[in-house]
Design a protein around this ligand. Structure first.
Ligand SMILES: Cc1cc2nc3c(=O)[nH]c(=O)nc-3n(C[C@H](O)[C@H](O)[C@H](O)COP(=O)(O)OP(=O)(O)OC[C@H]3O[C@@H](n4cnc5c(N)ncnc54)[C@H](O)[C@@H]3O)c2cc1C
Length: 393
């Protein structure tokens, strides 16, 4: 069985390592000059600036990604966050646990869950009924983790994520940042003699014998194709009607700090801000990620005016970092085909496509969890589907 993987983002590399481990012959094609897509880092001014992710794995060493990395033999050390999160509220940093939220708001949340788990009632309805701290925390949490606001989400969109967080716990930081995960997967692939090929896939066609991939001047035959290019690009390549997906957009700030702002490895959610929803100081988990203290801040894009959004974010940073000596190293905005998430939370596409033998993995085709942990769940499904196909032959 010969399988092609389109794209060497985290989804593509993880899928490739899984398929190789199960004995398939795999070819990976990537159009960019580097691997890892939105989950790798570049060294800049002494700091490991990530191409996308905030150097965090949503459920740390206990989540589906960590489990899958161990299974394929990818060696990555993950530092689980301790505590999972704190909140900066009225100038004070508060440790967040269940008890931080007033009992009345907790009861309202439970009631809202019971009433609306299968209904399309927006979280803004819940937000209205909460005390100020809980409402602001809800907004910051959704903005940080999903780049969305309560009015864009209903409980059914986020319930699987809430459940997974409750059972598996909060985030972790891989030693070496996102790139360490990518490098470990490339090493696994190399042990099977599989290296990424620098080729842009221009079309995917269904043929009598299976599928063919088309490049600038050549084409190759495969039994199955796993695409990490996202639903829109995958459907376009296959000549299908492109699905309408609403991406979530955001802005990320990489900041060098002379003195530390926080003393832990978790996220500090910022509750009294215009845009910035939280910060993490990744050098607390891995000092080699920066020459000094390395802080990352994230905000959703509320309007489509990038300049305005950045101006609002920078005002927030000025307030959060009042009295600190800092340098904003890089500001990255994520939208228009290179977003935070290709599909809004809870709206990912199926891993299967209308074309037999063509599957999708990665962002936009995640399983019932968040970000790279959701990607791992989707890949597990695709590998099972391919195995079923092989058994039928
Ligand atoms: C600001 C920000 C913060 C985030 N924070 C986190 C976080 O802390 N933790 C977390 O888990 N997730 C986070 N995410 C999300 C995470 O980065 C993504 O879910 C993940 O990187 C997506 O991986 P992917 O492989 O699905 O897609 P991509 O990384 O987009 O990879 C797709 C690859 O396919 C290639 N490709 C596309 N078309 C073709 C073609 N025709 N031919 C060949 N190659 C092609 C692309 O060049 C790319 O390399 C964040 C994202 C952003 C933007």
């Amino acid at each position: 069985m010969r399988v092609a993987v389109v794209g060497a983002g985290l989804g593509g590399l993880l899928a490739a390592a899984n398929l190789l481990e199960r004995g398939y012959k795999v070819d990976v094609f990537e159009k960019l000059p580097f691997n890892g897509g939105r989950f790798t880092n570049f060294h800049y001014k002494g700091y490991e600036i990530s191409t996308g992710a905030l150097h965090m794995i949503p459920h740390g060493s206990k989540g589906p990604l960590a489990k899958m990395l161990r299974k394929v033999g990818a060696k990555v050390e993950i530092v689980d966050s301790k505590p999972n999160g704190t909140a900066l509220y009225r100038g004070e940093e508060i440790k967040v646990s269940k008890k931080t939220f007033p009992l009345k708001s907790r009861l309202k949340f439970a009631l809202y869950c019971l009433k609306n788990v299968f209904r399309e009632v927006k979280l803004s309805e819940l937000e209205k009924n909460l005390d100020e701290f809980s409402a602001k925390f809800l907004r910051a949490f959704l903005g940080w983790s999903l780049s969305l606001t309560p009015s864009q989400l209903s409980l059914s969109d986020v319930y699987p994520i809430y459940e997974a967080t409750y059972t598996l716990g909060g985030p972790g930081i891989p030693i070496g940042g996102c790139k360490a995960v990518v490098d470990a997967l490339l090493e696994v692939m190399e042990s099977y003699d599989c290296r990424v090929k620098r080729e842009k896939v221009r079309a995917i066609r269904m043929e009598s014998y299976g599928l063919s991939l088309h490049f600038r001047n050549t084409s190759e035959r495969f039994d199955a194709v796993v695409s990490d290019a996202g639903p829109v690009e995958t459907y376009r390549l296959a000549g299908l009607n492109v699905p309408k997906l609403e991406e979530s957009r955001g802005i990320k700030y990489s900041i060098a700090l002379k003195e530390p702002l926080i003393d832990h490895t978790g996220v500090m959610f910022t509750l009294d801000t215009r845009r910035i929803c939280g910060v993490n100081q990744v050098t607390n988990a891995d000092p080699n990620l920066g020459e000094r203290h390395f802080l990352m801040a994230h905000q959703p894009m509320i309007t489509s005016n990038v300049k305005f959004e950045i101006a609002e974010g920078l005002k927030d940073l000025k307030e959060i970092l009042k009295g600190y000596e800092y340098e904003v190293l890089v500001i990255q905005s994520f939208s228009d085909g290179w977003p935070v998430n290709r599909a809004r939370a809870g709206r990912d596409c199926s891993n299967e496509t209308p074309v037999k033998g063509l599957y999708m993995v990665g962002d936009g085709a995640k399983g019932e969890d968040i970000e790279v942990d959701g990607i791992a769940i989707g890949i597990e499904r695709v590998v099972k589907e391919i195995e079923k196909e092989v058994e039928k032959r």
